[in-house]
Design a protein around this ligand. Structure first.
Ligand code: FDA
Length: 425
Protein backbone atom coordinates (compact mmCIF):
# COMPACT_ATOMS: atom_id res chain seq x y z
CA UNK A 1 0.00 0.00 0.00
CA UNK A 2 1.29 3.43 -0.85
CA UNK A 3 1.16 6.60 1.17
CA UNK A 4 0.20 9.51 -1.03
CA UNK A 5 2.19 12.62 -0.31
CA UNK A 6 2.47 16.04 -1.79
CA UNK A 7 5.60 15.41 -3.79
CA UNK A 8 6.12 11.68 -4.13
CA UNK A 9 5.20 8.17 -3.05
CA UNK A 10 6.67 5.93 -0.39
CA UNK A 11 5.57 2.46 0.58
CA UNK A 12 3.80 2.41 3.92
CA UNK A 13 5.21 0.24 6.71
CA UNK A 14 8.54 -0.56 5.16
CA UNK A 15 11.99 0.78 5.83
CA UNK A 16 12.71 3.93 3.88
CA UNK A 17 16.08 5.53 3.27
CA UNK A 18 16.56 9.27 2.79
CA UNK A 19 19.37 11.76 3.27
CA UNK A 20 17.43 13.98 5.66
CA UNK A 21 14.34 13.74 7.81
CA UNK A 22 12.88 17.10 8.81
CA UNK A 23 10.31 17.02 11.60
CA UNK A 24 7.90 19.99 11.44
CA UNK A 25 6.39 21.34 8.21
CA UNK A 26 6.13 24.92 9.43
CA UNK A 27 8.07 27.95 8.25
CA UNK A 28 11.57 26.69 9.01
CA UNK A 29 10.97 23.04 8.09
CA UNK A 30 9.35 23.79 4.72
CA UNK A 31 12.01 26.29 3.74
CA UNK A 32 14.86 23.99 4.80
CA UNK A 33 13.27 21.11 2.83
CA UNK A 34 13.01 23.22 -0.32
CA UNK A 35 16.61 24.43 -0.17
CA UNK A 36 17.96 20.95 0.66
CA UNK A 37 15.93 19.35 -2.16
CA UNK A 38 17.35 21.87 -4.59
CA UNK A 39 20.85 21.08 -3.36
CA UNK A 40 20.29 17.47 -4.49
CA UNK A 41 19.27 15.83 -1.20
CA UNK A 42 16.50 13.31 -0.74
CA UNK A 43 14.32 14.84 1.99
CA UNK A 44 11.41 13.48 3.98
CA UNK A 45 9.35 16.15 5.74
CA UNK A 46 7.02 14.99 8.55
CA UNK A 47 4.37 16.82 10.51
CA UNK A 48 1.81 15.47 12.94
CA UNK A 49 -0.76 18.12 12.01
CA UNK A 50 -3.16 17.44 9.17
CA UNK A 51 -2.60 20.87 7.56
CA UNK A 52 0.71 22.28 6.42
CA UNK A 53 2.15 25.47 7.99
CA UNK A 54 -0.90 26.42 10.02
CA UNK A 55 1.02 29.15 11.87
CA UNK A 56 1.95 30.88 8.63
CA UNK A 57 -1.73 30.73 7.64
CA UNK A 58 -2.87 32.63 10.76
CA UNK A 59 0.12 34.96 10.92
CA UNK A 60 -0.05 38.70 10.43
CA UNK A 61 -3.86 38.65 10.68
CA UNK A 62 -3.96 36.23 7.70
CA UNK A 63 -1.55 38.29 5.58
CA UNK A 64 1.77 36.97 7.00
CA UNK A 65 4.32 39.60 7.97
CA UNK A 66 6.94 37.46 6.24
CA UNK A 67 10.04 39.52 6.99
CA UNK A 68 11.30 42.86 8.19
CA UNK A 69 13.35 44.90 5.75
CA UNK A 70 15.55 46.18 8.59
CA UNK A 71 16.17 42.94 10.53
CA UNK A 72 19.51 42.85 12.38
CA UNK A 73 20.68 40.75 15.36
CA UNK A 74 19.68 43.67 17.64
CA UNK A 75 16.01 42.69 17.32
CA UNK A 76 16.49 39.18 18.74
CA UNK A 77 16.54 37.89 22.32
CA UNK A 78 18.72 34.95 23.32
CA UNK A 79 21.00 33.92 26.17
CA UNK A 80 23.71 34.42 23.52
CA UNK A 81 22.62 37.50 21.53
CA UNK A 82 25.46 37.04 19.00
CA UNK A 83 24.48 33.51 17.98
CA UNK A 84 21.96 34.55 15.31
CA UNK A 85 24.41 36.89 13.57
CA UNK A 86 25.96 34.32 11.22
CA UNK A 87 22.72 32.85 9.82
CA UNK A 88 21.01 36.24 9.58
CA UNK A 89 23.92 37.73 7.65
CA UNK A 90 24.08 34.83 5.18
CA UNK A 91 20.35 34.84 4.37
CA UNK A 92 18.99 38.36 4.62
CA UNK A 93 15.54 39.93 4.34
CA UNK A 94 16.57 41.05 0.84
CA UNK A 95 17.20 37.40 -0.12
CA UNK A 96 13.70 36.41 0.98
CA UNK A 97 12.17 39.49 -0.69
CA UNK A 98 13.89 38.46 -3.95
CA UNK A 99 12.32 34.98 -3.60
CA UNK A 100 8.89 36.51 -2.96
CA UNK A 101 9.32 38.67 -6.08
CA UNK A 102 10.44 35.67 -8.19
CA UNK A 103 7.21 33.92 -7.23
CA UNK A 104 5.18 37.01 -8.15
CA UNK A 105 3.72 37.40 -4.64
CA UNK A 106 2.32 40.91 -4.19
CA UNK A 107 3.30 42.57 -0.92
CA UNK A 108 3.42 45.92 0.81
CA UNK A 109 5.25 47.60 3.68
CA UNK A 110 2.96 48.43 6.57
CA UNK A 111 4.94 49.93 9.42
CA UNK A 112 8.61 50.09 10.43
CA UNK A 113 9.93 47.79 7.67
CA UNK A 114 7.23 45.12 8.16
CA UNK A 115 6.35 43.38 4.86
CA UNK A 116 2.94 41.73 4.43
CA UNK A 117 1.26 39.84 1.57
CA UNK A 118 -1.30 41.98 -0.27
CA UNK A 119 -3.61 39.01 -0.73
CA UNK A 120 -3.14 36.22 1.78
CA UNK A 121 -0.63 34.27 3.87
CA UNK A 122 -1.51 31.34 1.57
CA UNK A 123 0.77 32.97 -1.00
CA UNK A 124 3.79 32.32 1.25
CA UNK A 125 2.70 28.71 1.87
CA UNK A 126 2.30 28.19 -1.92
CA UNK A 127 5.75 29.69 -2.45
CA UNK A 128 7.30 27.27 0.06
CA UNK A 129 5.47 24.26 -1.41
CA UNK A 130 6.64 25.23 -4.92
CA UNK A 131 10.22 25.50 -3.65
CA UNK A 132 9.84 21.99 -2.20
CA UNK A 133 8.53 20.69 -5.53
CA UNK A 134 11.53 22.16 -7.39
CA UNK A 135 14.09 19.54 -6.25
CA UNK A 136 17.18 19.47 -8.47
CA UNK A 137 20.10 17.15 -9.29
CA UNK A 138 18.27 14.07 -7.97
CA UNK A 139 17.03 15.90 -4.87
CA UNK A 140 13.40 15.60 -3.87
CA UNK A 141 11.05 16.45 -1.02
CA UNK A 142 8.39 14.01 0.14
CA UNK A 143 5.92 15.11 2.77
CA UNK A 144 4.09 12.80 5.17
CA UNK A 145 1.27 14.54 6.91
CA UNK A 146 -0.29 13.81 9.34
CA UNK A 147 2.54 11.65 10.63
CA UNK A 148 3.84 11.44 14.19
CA UNK A 149 7.31 10.39 15.30
CA UNK A 150 7.35 7.64 17.91
CA UNK A 151 11.03 7.09 18.56
CA UNK A 152 14.45 8.19 17.37
CA UNK A 153 17.53 5.97 17.54
CA UNK A 154 21.09 6.96 16.73
CA UNK A 155 23.83 4.62 15.58
CA UNK A 156 27.35 5.88 15.34
CA UNK A 157 29.68 4.23 12.79
CA UNK A 158 30.92 1.63 15.27
CA UNK A 159 27.58 0.23 16.29
CA UNK A 160 25.68 -0.73 13.14
CA UNK A 161 22.07 -1.69 13.75
CA UNK A 162 20.61 -4.96 12.51
CA UNK A 163 21.53 -6.41 9.13
CA UNK A 164 18.43 -5.03 7.43
CA UNK A 165 19.48 -1.46 8.17
CA UNK A 166 20.98 0.34 5.20
CA UNK A 167 24.49 1.56 5.96
CA UNK A 168 23.73 5.19 5.10
CA UNK A 169 21.38 5.85 8.01
CA UNK A 170 22.85 7.11 11.28
CA UNK A 171 19.34 7.82 12.55
CA UNK A 172 16.35 5.51 12.65
CA UNK A 173 13.09 7.38 13.01
CA UNK A 174 10.04 5.30 13.90
CA UNK A 175 6.91 7.04 12.68
CA UNK A 176 3.31 5.93 12.62
CA UNK A 177 3.85 5.29 8.89
CA UNK A 178 6.95 3.14 9.17
CA UNK A 179 10.65 3.44 9.99
CA UNK A 180 12.88 5.89 8.16
CA UNK A 181 16.68 5.85 8.03
CA UNK A 182 18.52 9.08 7.47
CA UNK A 183 21.96 10.59 7.65
CA UNK A 184 20.73 13.88 9.15
CA UNK A 185 17.78 14.74 11.31
CA UNK A 186 16.43 18.29 11.46
CA UNK A 187 14.08 19.34 14.26
CA UNK A 188 11.84 22.21 13.14
CA UNK A 189 8.89 21.71 15.45
CA UNK A 190 8.70 25.31 16.71
CA UNK A 191 7.79 26.40 20.23
CA UNK A 192 4.86 25.93 22.61
CA UNK A 193 2.66 28.79 21.41
CA UNK A 194 -0.89 28.00 20.29
CA UNK A 195 -1.19 24.32 21.25
CA UNK A 196 -4.59 24.07 19.56
CA UNK A 197 -2.94 24.28 16.12
CA UNK A 198 -0.29 21.66 16.87
CA UNK A 199 2.46 23.17 19.03
CA UNK A 200 4.27 20.57 21.17
CA UNK A 201 7.42 20.19 23.24
CA UNK A 202 8.78 17.62 20.78
CA UNK A 203 11.95 19.58 20.01
CA UNK A 204 12.85 20.01 23.66
CA UNK A 205 12.30 16.29 24.29
CA UNK A 206 14.63 15.38 21.43
CA UNK A 207 17.23 17.79 22.82
CA UNK A 208 16.97 16.11 26.24
CA UNK A 209 17.22 12.65 24.68
CA UNK A 210 20.63 13.62 23.26
CA UNK A 211 21.81 15.45 26.40
CA UNK A 212 21.64 18.91 24.88
CA UNK A 213 21.03 21.87 27.15
CA UNK A 214 17.81 23.92 27.18
CA UNK A 215 17.15 27.52 28.12
CA UNK A 216 13.95 27.75 30.15
CA UNK A 217 10.92 28.47 27.99
CA UNK A 218 8.28 31.14 28.58
CA UNK A 219 5.61 32.83 26.46
CA UNK A 220 6.71 35.89 24.46
CA UNK A 221 4.86 38.53 22.40
CA UNK A 222 1.91 37.98 24.70
CA UNK A 223 -0.70 40.21 26.43
CA UNK A 224 -0.05 41.00 30.11
CA UNK A 225 -2.66 40.43 32.81
CA UNK A 226 -3.33 42.11 36.18
CA UNK A 227 -5.01 41.23 39.43
CA UNK A 228 -8.80 41.59 39.04
CA UNK A 229 -9.43 44.03 41.91
CA UNK A 230 -6.40 46.21 41.15
CA UNK A 231 -7.38 46.32 37.49
CA UNK A 232 -11.03 47.24 38.12
CA UNK A 233 -10.53 51.05 37.63
CA UNK A 234 -8.98 50.44 34.21
CA UNK A 235 -11.32 47.69 32.96
CA UNK A 236 -13.73 50.43 31.81
CA UNK A 237 -11.03 51.45 29.29
CA UNK A 238 -11.21 48.08 27.44
CA UNK A 239 -10.94 48.67 23.70
CA UNK A 240 -9.05 51.97 24.04
CA UNK A 241 -5.82 52.18 21.99
CA UNK A 242 -3.21 54.93 22.11
CA UNK A 243 0.47 55.45 21.26
CA UNK A 244 2.73 55.07 24.30
CA UNK A 245 6.37 54.62 25.27
CA UNK A 246 6.90 51.51 27.35
CA UNK A 247 9.87 50.03 29.12
CA UNK A 248 10.88 47.20 31.42
CA UNK A 249 13.95 45.28 32.44
CA UNK A 250 17.36 45.94 33.82
CA UNK A 251 20.29 47.67 32.13
CA UNK A 252 21.46 44.24 30.92
CA UNK A 253 18.25 43.37 29.05
CA UNK A 254 16.10 46.45 28.73
CA UNK A 255 13.12 46.74 26.40
CA UNK A 256 11.96 50.19 25.30
CA UNK A 257 9.28 50.56 22.64
CA UNK A 258 7.23 53.39 21.12
CA UNK A 259 4.12 51.63 19.86
CA UNK A 260 0.37 51.38 20.40
CA UNK A 261 -1.08 50.13 23.68
CA UNK A 262 -4.51 48.47 23.91
CA UNK A 263 -6.53 48.25 27.14
CA UNK A 264 -8.38 44.93 27.55
CA UNK A 265 -10.79 43.62 30.21
CA UNK A 266 -8.00 41.58 31.84
CA UNK A 267 -5.01 43.82 31.25
CA UNK A 268 -2.90 45.28 28.47
CA UNK A 269 -2.24 44.26 24.90
CA UNK A 270 -1.30 45.89 21.57
CA UNK A 271 2.12 46.01 19.89
CA UNK A 272 3.85 47.95 22.71
CA UNK A 273 2.81 45.37 25.29
CA UNK A 274 3.60 42.36 23.11
CA UNK A 275 7.09 43.72 22.51
CA UNK A 276 7.66 44.52 26.20
CA UNK A 277 6.31 41.12 27.31
CA UNK A 278 9.38 39.38 25.85
CA UNK A 279 11.61 41.45 28.16
CA UNK A 280 9.34 41.29 31.20
CA UNK A 281 10.31 39.08 34.16
CA UNK A 282 7.58 37.97 36.61
CA UNK A 283 7.37 40.14 39.72
CA UNK A 284 9.04 43.16 38.07
CA UNK A 285 7.34 46.41 37.02
CA UNK A 286 6.65 47.88 33.60
CA UNK A 287 6.66 51.65 33.05
CA UNK A 288 4.39 53.44 30.60
CA UNK A 289 4.43 57.01 29.32
CA UNK A 290 0.81 57.54 28.25
CA UNK A 291 1.57 60.84 26.52
CA UNK A 292 5.03 60.41 25.02
CA UNK A 293 4.52 63.13 22.42
CA UNK A 294 3.67 65.85 24.98
CA UNK A 295 5.49 67.85 27.64
CA UNK A 296 2.73 67.28 30.20
CA UNK A 297 4.13 69.39 33.07
CA UNK A 298 4.38 72.41 30.73
CA UNK A 299 0.92 71.80 29.19
CA UNK A 300 -0.75 71.46 32.57
CA UNK A 301 1.03 74.53 33.98
CA UNK A 302 -0.20 76.57 30.99
CA UNK A 303 -3.73 75.20 31.48
CA UNK A 304 -3.67 76.28 35.15
CA UNK A 305 -2.69 79.79 34.09
CA UNK A 306 -5.17 80.17 31.22
CA UNK A 307 -8.11 77.74 31.47
CA UNK A 308 -11.29 77.57 33.59
CA UNK A 309 -12.19 74.15 32.15
CA UNK A 310 -12.27 71.06 34.36
CA UNK A 311 -8.82 69.47 34.44
CA UNK A 312 -10.24 66.24 32.95
CA UNK A 313 -11.58 68.15 29.93
CA UNK A 314 -8.30 69.98 29.42
CA UNK A 315 -6.34 66.73 29.69
CA UNK A 316 -8.69 65.21 27.11
CA UNK A 317 -7.19 67.62 24.53
CA UNK A 318 -3.88 65.77 24.78
CA UNK A 319 -4.76 62.13 25.56
CA UNK A 320 -7.95 60.19 24.63
CA UNK A 321 -10.85 61.68 26.60
CA UNK A 322 -11.87 58.26 28.04
CA UNK A 323 -8.39 57.93 29.49
CA UNK A 324 -8.39 61.51 30.82
CA UNK A 325 -11.75 60.95 32.49
CA UNK A 326 -10.74 57.64 34.10
CA UNK A 327 -7.49 59.19 35.30
CA UNK A 328 -8.88 62.27 37.05
CA UNK A 329 -11.45 60.05 38.81
CA UNK A 330 -8.57 58.53 40.78
CA UNK A 331 -8.05 61.64 42.93
CA UNK A 332 -10.50 64.31 44.14
CA UNK A 333 -7.69 66.89 43.82
CA UNK A 334 -7.85 66.40 40.02
CA UNK A 335 -11.63 66.83 39.70
CA UNK A 336 -11.58 70.64 39.68
CA UNK A 337 -11.23 73.52 37.22
CA UNK A 338 -7.61 73.81 36.08
CA UNK A 339 -7.04 77.13 37.83
CA UNK A 340 -8.08 75.58 41.20
CA UNK A 341 -5.76 72.56 41.06
CA UNK A 342 -2.65 72.89 43.21
CA UNK A 343 0.81 72.76 41.63
CA UNK A 344 1.54 69.65 43.68
CA UNK A 345 -1.57 67.86 42.34
CA UNK A 346 -0.74 68.90 38.76
CA UNK A 347 2.83 67.63 39.16
CA UNK A 348 1.53 64.32 40.55
CA UNK A 349 -0.85 63.93 37.58
CA UNK A 350 1.88 64.62 35.02
CA UNK A 351 4.22 62.20 36.79
CA UNK A 352 1.55 59.50 37.02
CA UNK A 353 0.68 59.76 33.31
CA UNK A 354 4.23 59.86 32.05
CA UNK A 355 5.67 57.26 34.45
CA UNK A 356 2.77 54.91 35.16
CA UNK A 357 4.44 51.99 36.91
CA UNK A 358 2.61 48.73 37.41
CA UNK A 359 3.43 45.09 38.10
CA UNK A 360 1.62 42.55 35.91
CA UNK A 361 0.42 39.41 37.65
CA UNK A 362 1.14 37.30 34.59
CA UNK A 363 0.59 36.79 30.88
CA UNK A 364 -2.17 35.27 28.77
CA UNK A 365 0.16 32.26 28.34
CA UNK A 366 0.88 30.01 25.39
CA UNK A 367 -2.71 30.04 24.15
CA UNK A 368 -2.24 33.69 23.12
CA UNK A 369 1.57 34.06 22.84
CA UNK A 370 2.96 34.57 19.35
CA UNK A 371 6.30 32.99 20.26
CA UNK A 372 8.19 30.95 22.85
CA UNK A 373 11.26 32.47 24.45
CA UNK A 374 14.11 30.12 25.37
CA UNK A 375 14.56 26.70 23.80
CA UNK A 376 17.55 24.67 22.64
CA UNK A 377 20.63 26.28 24.15
CA UNK A 378 22.77 27.85 21.44
CA UNK A 379 25.93 26.77 23.31
CA UNK A 380 25.19 23.29 21.99
CA UNK A 381 24.63 24.41 18.37
CA UNK A 382 26.89 25.50 15.52
CA UNK A 383 26.11 29.06 14.51
CA UNK A 384 27.18 28.21 10.93
CA UNK A 385 24.95 25.17 10.38
CA UNK A 386 22.68 24.82 13.43
CA UNK A 387 24.05 21.28 13.89
CA UNK A 388 24.09 20.26 17.53
CA UNK A 389 26.87 18.61 19.53
CA UNK A 390 25.07 15.40 18.60
CA UNK A 391 26.41 14.62 15.09
CA UNK A 392 23.83 14.95 12.31
CA UNK A 393 21.13 16.41 14.57
CA UNK A 394 20.07 19.97 13.69
CA UNK A 395 17.61 22.43 15.29
CA UNK A 396 16.14 25.38 13.34
CA UNK A 397 13.48 28.06 13.77
CA UNK A 398 11.65 28.85 16.96
CA UNK A 399 12.71 25.70 18.84
CA UNK A 400 16.14 27.36 19.19
CA UNK A 401 16.79 29.95 21.91
CA UNK A 402 16.53 32.86 19.44
CA UNK A 403 13.35 34.97 19.56
CA UNK A 404 12.61 38.02 17.46
CA UNK A 405 10.62 41.14 18.13
CA UNK A 406 7.14 41.54 16.72
CA UNK A 407 7.28 42.66 13.08
CA UNK A 408 8.43 39.87 10.73
CA UNK A 409 11.64 39.09 12.64
CA UNK A 410 10.58 35.60 13.70
CA UNK A 411 9.90 34.45 10.15
CA UNK A 412 13.22 35.96 9.08
CA UNK A 413 14.92 33.81 11.72
CA UNK A 414 13.00 30.75 10.46
CA UNK A 415 14.20 31.39 6.85
CA UNK A 416 17.78 32.26 7.83
CA UNK A 417 18.31 29.35 10.24
CA UNK A 418 16.72 26.92 7.75
CA UNK A 419 18.95 28.16 4.96
CA UNK A 420 22.12 27.90 7.07
CA UNK A 421 21.13 24.37 8.09
CA UNK A 422 20.41 23.23 4.51
CA UNK A 423 23.93 24.29 3.47
CA UNK A 424 25.37 22.17 6.29
CA UNK A 425 23.41 18.94 5.70
P1 FDA B 1 6.20 26.57 13.25
O1 FDA B 1 5.39 26.68 14.48
O2 FDA B 1 5.92 27.44 12.10
O3 FDA B 1 6.16 25.08 12.73
C1 FDA B 1 6.34 23.97 13.57
C2 FDA B 1 5.69 22.77 12.92
O4 FDA B 1 6.04 21.62 13.68
C3 FDA B 1 4.16 22.85 12.93
O5 FDA B 1 3.67 22.60 11.63
C4 FDA B 1 3.74 21.76 13.91
O6 FDA B 1 2.53 21.13 13.54
C5 FDA B 1 4.90 20.80 13.81
N1 FDA B 1 5.05 19.98 15.04
C6 FDA B 1 5.02 20.38 16.31
N2 FDA B 1 5.16 19.33 17.14
C7 FDA B 1 5.30 18.23 16.33
C8 FDA B 1 5.48 16.85 16.59
N3 FDA B 1 5.50 16.37 17.86
N4 FDA B 1 5.58 16.01 15.55
C9 FDA B 1 5.51 16.48 14.27
N5 FDA B 1 5.33 17.78 13.97
C10 FDA B 1 5.24 18.65 14.99
N6 FDA B 1 6.13 35.85 13.00
C11 FDA B 1 6.46 36.76 12.05
O7 FDA B 1 7.64 36.92 11.75
N7 FDA B 1 5.48 37.48 11.42
C12 FDA B 1 4.15 37.33 11.70
O8 FDA B 1 3.27 37.95 11.07
C13 FDA B 1 3.80 36.43 12.75
N8 FDA B 1 2.50 36.29 13.14
C14 FDA B 1 2.18 35.36 14.10
C15 FDA B 1 0.84 35.23 14.49
C16 FDA B 1 0.49 34.28 15.43
C17 FDA B 1 -0.95 34.17 15.88
C18 FDA B 1 1.49 33.42 15.97
C19 FDA B 1 1.13 32.35 16.97
C20 FDA B 1 2.81 33.56 15.59
C21 FDA B 1 3.18 34.54 14.67
N9 FDA B 1 4.51 34.71 14.28
C22 FDA B 1 4.82 35.66 13.34
C23 FDA B 1 5.58 33.83 14.80
C24 FDA B 1 5.90 32.76 13.73
O9 FDA B 1 4.69 32.17 13.29
C25 FDA B 1 6.82 31.69 14.29
O10 FDA B 1 7.94 32.26 14.91
C26 FDA B 1 7.29 30.75 13.15
O11 FDA B 1 6.17 30.11 12.58
C27 FDA B 1 8.27 29.72 13.67
O12 FDA B 1 8.57 28.85 12.63
P2 FDA B 1 8.95 27.34 12.95
O13 FDA B 1 9.03 26.65 11.63
O14 FDA B 1 10.10 27.27 13.85
O15 FDA B 1 7.71 26.75 13.75
Amino acid sequence: MHQASAFGFFSRNRVVNVDVVIVGAGAAGLFCAGVAGQLGLKVLLLDHAPKVAEKIRISGGGRCNFTNRDATPAQYLSANPHFCRSALSRYTPQDFIALVQRHGVAYHEKHKGQLFCDRSAEDIIDLLLKECAAGAAGGSVTRWQPCAVRQIRYHDGAAAPDAATPAAGRYEVDTDQGTVHCHSLVVATGGLSIPKIGATDFGYRVARQFDLRLVEQRPGLVPLTFDGAAWAPYAQLAGLALPVAMETGSKKAKGLFLEDLLFTHRGLSGPAVLQISSYWQPGTPIRINLAPEHDLPALLARAKATSRKLLGNELGQHVPSRLAEAWVQQDAAWQRPCSDVTDKALGALAERLSRWELVPTGTEGYKKAEVTLGGVDTRDLSQQTLESRQPGLFFIGEVVDVTGWLGGYNFQWAWASAHACAQGL
